[in-house]
Design a protein around this ligand. Structure first.
Ligand SMILES: Nc1ncnc2c1ncn2[C@@H]1O[C@H](COP(=O)(O)OP(=O)(O)OP(=O)(O)O)[C@@H](O)[C@H]1O
Length: 341
């Protein structure tokens, strides 16, 4: 099985590749590729620096180098037993509802980059499902559900590992109590996750967070001074960009004053599995499928079809109208225009 894909490495700097896979140096040596002085170049930039004359003279075939490098790295990782566990899917295996009835499905597998919404009446058991996933339930929660990772019962160490967290949670209450600036807060996070290019990553997070939040903030803002929407935007950007957790669980992002569509896209682009409990029709239809919960049990699983996606476009237009009106009201404008014409 291929663990590492060359596509994931192309934009890594040579010095980082060297640090992460020290044995890569022998590959460069054996292929007569001189990387001296190219530490700050990404692999892609390095391979592009050869002129057509160089390529001819040294018989450099960059596409072949990439393929060979992918094979070499995967073989070495396998050989050295450095296998990194990647998570491609989670499976929910059915249990029982609040009345002890069997749930109305057998198994549901959710893959990387999929968004699944969880809908249902208040108190129906949406948060319970998220909690089952977080705990990788193994018939040891009130629902008796089981959660499989890559089709297998996961090692229970997942539950207690802090470095290898399976799940990142984003919940409605995101109150910061620490007296730090946004920069200090992100630095702490980056350091605890052993990120090399701290500055770059922090910039990327703040940029993404500001795209999500209505009101912009900067690195020197105190986190305790952020509004609800801003702190939520910061946490979403931080989770998408810094967190290595492959699964993101969201318990309601409505009313947060952030661009929810962008937020979801940001999370999904980072190849995460996203599950969100929601009462919001736009969010529910943005998902690839939705789980309907009734009396604590999964009652239906519905794929969002083409017709619903067309309705979603209309809903998004309505949301845009509401957002504009909200912004205008906030600015003290009179909304004597008809947004529906
Ligand atoms: N299958 C089940 N068996 C036993 N208890 C359950 C089951 N599912 C949910 N519950 C319990 O029912 C209660 C309400 O569930 P939960 O908080 O998940 O609802 P919710 O849909 O998230 O509600 P809200 O929309 O108000 O946030 C919780 O105490 C939960 O533990």
């Amino acid at each position: 099985m291929i663990m590492i894909k060359i596509k994931e490495l192309e934009f890594m700097k040579i010095k980082k590749l060297e640090k992460e896979y020290p044995f890569i140096l022998s590959f460069f040596e054996n292929n007569k590729l001189d990387i001296e002085g190219y530490g700050e170049f990404t692999l892609e930039e390095y391979l592009k620096h050869f002129t057509p004359e160089d390529k001819e003279e040294w018989a450099v075939d960059t596409e072949k180098i990439k393929l060979d490098l992918e094979t070499y790295l995967n073989q070495m990782i396998e050989f050295l037993g450095l296998k990194k566990d990647t998570i491609d899917s989670i499976t929910i295996v059915s249990g029982k509802d609040k009345y002890g009835n069997l749930e109305n499905f057998n198994e549901l597998t959710i893959y990387k980059s999929e968004i699944v919404a969880i809908v249902g009446a208040t108190g129906s058991g949406k948060s319970r499902l998220l909690a089952d996933i977080e705990w990788t339930a193994n018939k040891d929660t009130p629902t008796q559900r089981r959660i499989l990772i890559n089709g297998k019962v996961p090692d229970p160490s997942f539950r207690f590992s802090t470095s290898n967290k399976l799940v990142a949670q984003l919940s409605q209450n995101m109150n910061f109590v620490m007296d730090l600036t946004v920069k200090e807060f992100l630095e702490l996070h980056a350091q605890s996750r052993m990120i090399d290019e701290e500055e770059g990553v922090i910039e990327k997070i703040i940029e993404a967070a500001n795209e999500l939040a209505g009101e912009k903030f900067d690195l020197d803002t105190q986190i305790t001074g952020l509004s609800g929407g801003q702190s939520r935007a910061l946490m979403i950007a931080d989770t998408a960009i810094l967190s290595t957790s492959p699964i993101v669980l969201i318990d309601e992002i409505e009313n947060a004053g952030i661009d929810r569509k962008r937020a979801l896209n940001l999370l999904v682009n980072e190849e995460k599995i996203v599950l969100m409990a929601t009462h919001d029709p736009t969010l529910a239809l943005m998902a690839d499928k939705r789980i309907v919960i009734k009396n604590g049990g999964i009652y239906k699983i519905i794929n969002t079809d083409r017709e619903e996606k067309i309705i979603l476009k209309k809903l998004e237009k309505m949301d845009a109208i509401i957002n504009t009106m909200r912004a205008d009201l906030r600015k003290g404008k009179i909304v004597n225009y008809s947004p529906f014409s």
